[in-house]
Design a protein around this ligand. Sequence first.
Ligand code: ADP
Ligand code: 5SP
Length: 472
Amino acid sequence: MVLVAGIDSSTQSCKVVIRDAHTGELVREGRAGHPEGTEVHPDHWWTALLKAAADAGGLDDVAAISVGGQQHGMVCLDADGTVVRPALLWNDTRSAGAAAELIAQAGGGDPAVGAAYWARATGTVPVASLTVTKLRWLAENEPENAAQVAAVCLPHDWLTWRLAGHGPGSGREGLAALATDRSDASGTGYYSTAEDRYLPDVLSAALGHLPVLPRVLGPLEAAGRTPAGALLGAGAGDNAAAALGAGAGLGDVVMSLGTSGTVFAVSASPAADASGLVAGFADADGHYLPLVCTLNATRVFDATAALLGVDLAEFNRLALSAEPGAGGLTLVPYFDGERTPNLPDATGSLHGITRANYTAANLARAAVEGVVCSLADGLAALQEQGVSAQRILLVGGGAQSAAVQDVAARLLGNGITVPQPGEYVADGAARQAAAALTGHFPTWAAGAVDLPEKKDDGAVLARYRRFASLSA
Ligand SMILES: Nc1ncnc2c1ncn2[C@@H]1O[C@H](COP(=O)(O)OP(=O)(O)O)[C@@H](O)[C@H]1O
Ligand SMILES: O=C(CO)[C@@H](O)[C@H](O)COP(=O)(O)O
């Protein structure tokens, strides 16, 4: 049996799956947690990866490995290959001002002209999540660190590089071995998705000089080998890896509820949305991945369950026990600020409280409805860009919640499919590893359940939109 490993280094944890390269059968798996916070030293990811791999019985017998990783995180290396400062993650909003400056500058002071420029040039209007804004923030706020930056890469690039045996002390030669893929490069803000090339002028204008950038590999290209001889796939951003893992094809929309909420489509053409709602990313198999990302998804459930003093199973039971509409409660879930819509300083809010409706069950239901409504708005933004959702695949930790499934079936209409429980980012990385080995993406059978359509009169989403607009 030829084994391949897929790794998901996401915001909250690292997961490793080891599968049979031919059949896709799950042979072993493991996981390890990541520290809290929006600024994390990459060494923690490496330690977690080693722990998760050990938990999965080790990687000694695998023929190929690929890494899917949380997107956009700013990993800066000095000339020696040492990390300059802890990485700023996708959900760190301190560079919101830098994003606004970059847009205004490109438009000669007119943000609308600037937004149109960025959408055209890169596919995406910058928000605090994008790497380019973090580099701008670094140049403005930590010039001594910025001056030390000899190479910039992303979480999945750095972990692939570490797996290849590089690290502090690798020097300039080591930096030249950095590699990434289109899906993650397209989330930096200094890459043209439509033209498949870096935009060095954009990067050097943000950072103040031009650092070494990872080589952008094609979907089937290898990034090298581990010291033990396993082939390293190109890796991918975690959303693109989830699309690969869930078997999403053209015409499919994936909705993922993890730390972030994302809605994205596999598309034949690149997006360029000047409104800034849709990010024009690339996918991991040669297509495009227009995507909407929110900062607030399953952690809203975690926080509400903690407030109610219950675990997630009880939280879901409570949410399902309440009537649709949560008795009139509406929760706008901007707990960590928000990225889509771009409201980095927003806070969450609860509306419509009466003595009669202020129950644990209604609060749990309002949390689920608020998060699903925010993603319904994401879906609408994708549809505005011409995406037609023939099928919606619901994935991520939150997709296993029966309450999420119930609310999604009511608010999003029909055509919702829940693939069997699994680690779809790690699975997508494993598929890519198999493809790097054999030269083609394997077809691995996976079960899925179609959600029955449920009636809805549109009132929950309409009420959500009214209250969410008050945060703008
Ligand atoms: N049954 C469930 N109901 C609601 N949320 C869940 C459930 N199972 C897992 N989660 C949530 O899923 C999240 C982890 O999902 P995951 O997709 O692994 O996130 P990430 O990739 O961002 O680290 C946690 O916040 C957890 O609370
Ligand atoms: O920023 C984005 C997408 O643009 C996020 O989706 C990150 O990629 C983090 O993902 P999770 O840890 O929530 O899976």
